[in-house]
Design a protein around this ligand. Structure first.
Ligand SMILES: Nc1ncnc2c1ncn2[C@@H]1O[C@H](COP(=O)(O)OP(=O)(O)OP(=O)(O)O)[C@@H](O)[C@H]1O
Ligand SMILES: N[C@@H](CCO)C(=O)O
Length: 328
């Protein structure tokens, strides 16, 4: 990993970027864990938020369209704005003002990685502004590595950050004693078998990731860890080469049953889908469900979710490109 090249201002001061510099960023939703790959596996979904950032004359103004429009702050406390400004400052730059437009289609608090995507979007917008202004020189690969490291440092979930940054099916890992302050964060992206569809079933209710994490036990039986490790290995093979193995490969014993009391409707949906032979798992920390299947079985997912009621079903292709940015 190479450090990004930045041009800092004189010690203690920040150099302002030119008024009117503008960029657009698109970032996908992600589904973490995929069953046995707890805290490591992730998949990018073709459901993308878009952020337009422009250096303005003064103050921070945020217009939010779509999810969170009624609830999110519209000033410098907005997550994307805050991350963007902090990332500029970390490279020695500031802006006289910031105008952001956020078009949100990723539902919040549903296990689709909205917070990681928002952080990746803020970081990507900052790097894109610096690149557009010609004050940093870094390759796309260096930019993406910085986004992965910084978003993990801020949010703690490389399993969401890696697919948001790189697209596709990713396996992420960190080095260092404290996983919330890793020394390095790495990921690999593997090719998903072209027949695999990612269907997400999204409920109306939210579940904060912090609440879902509080339900995890401190230790698990050795047999459960052993089964889950074996299934994680099998899932790599199933997702990349053998979709017929997805049902067995998505079995796990580390987190879904433990969190079921916080999402009983999700537990019921998973039980019904799996009884029908569909590879259903909790998406991230829930309460959405992710079904890894093939095109001909999508109507079955819709039928089973429809019988239970209260689920929005999105049949989404895998998103292969990860976060994208351009000058506007
Ligand atoms: N696009 C966004 N803009 C601003 N804030 C956001 C955005 N997306 C998410 N957030 C913040 O993150 C919170 C949701 O974070 P949380 O980690 O609980 O859920 P999630 O990221 O959607 O799910 P998971 O991490 O389980 O996949 C929202 O309530 C909001 O405060
Ligand atoms: N692996 C994390 C993902 C959170 O988005 C969890 O399940 O808690």
């Amino acid at each position: 990993m190479s450090a990004p090249v930045a041009v800092p201002g004189p010690t203690g001061t920040l150099t302002p970027l030119a008024l009117g510099t503008a960029v657009v960023v698109r970032v996908p939703a992600t589904s973490a864990n995929l069953g046995p790959g707890f805290d490591a596996f992730g998949l990018a979904l073709d459901l993308c938020d878009e952020v337009r950032a422009e250096v303005g004359p003064g103050g921070v103004r945020v217009r939010v369209e779509g999810h969170g429009a009624a609830a999110l702050p519209t000033d410098g406390r907005h997550l994307v704005a805050r991350v963007l400004l902090e990332e500029l400052a970390a490279s020695g730059f500031s802006v006289p003002g910031l105008d952001l437009v956020c078009r949100n289609v990723i539902p919040h608090g549903r296990g689709l990685g909205s917070s990681a995507s928002a952080i990746v979007a803020g970081l990507a917008a900052a790097r894109a502004l610096l690149r557009a202004a010609g004050v940093v020189e870094e390759t796309d690969e260096q930019t993406r590595q910085r986004l992965l490291t910084e978003s993990t440092r801020r949010e703690g979930h490389p399993d969401n950050a890696a697919p948001a940054v790189h697209g596709g099916f990713t396996i992420a890992w960190s080095r260092g004693e404290d996983p919330t302050r890793p020394d390095t964060v790495s990921s690999v992206r593997l090719p998903v078998h072209p027949h695999v569809r990612a269907v997400v079933c999204v409920p109306a209710e939210e579940l904060a990731t912090s609440r879902a994490r509080a339900l995890l036990p401190a230790t698990v039986p050795h047999a459960d860890a052993a089964l889950t490790a074996g299934r994680a290995g099998l899932l790599v093979h199933a997702l990349t080469s053998a979709p017929a193995l997805l049902l067995d490969a998505t079995e796990e014993r580390l987190h879904q049953a433990q969190r079921a009391p916080a999402m009983p409707r999700t537990a019921q949906l998973l039980a019904d889908l799996r009884a029908a032979g569909l590879a259903a798992v909790v998406s991230g920390a829930g309460p959405s469900a992710l079904v890894l299947t093939t095109a001909e079985r999508v109507p079955e997912v819709e039928r089973i979710a429809g019988v239970l009621g209260g689920w929005e079903v999105h049949d989404r292709p895998v998103h292969h490109r990860g976060v994208q940015w351009r000058t506007d």
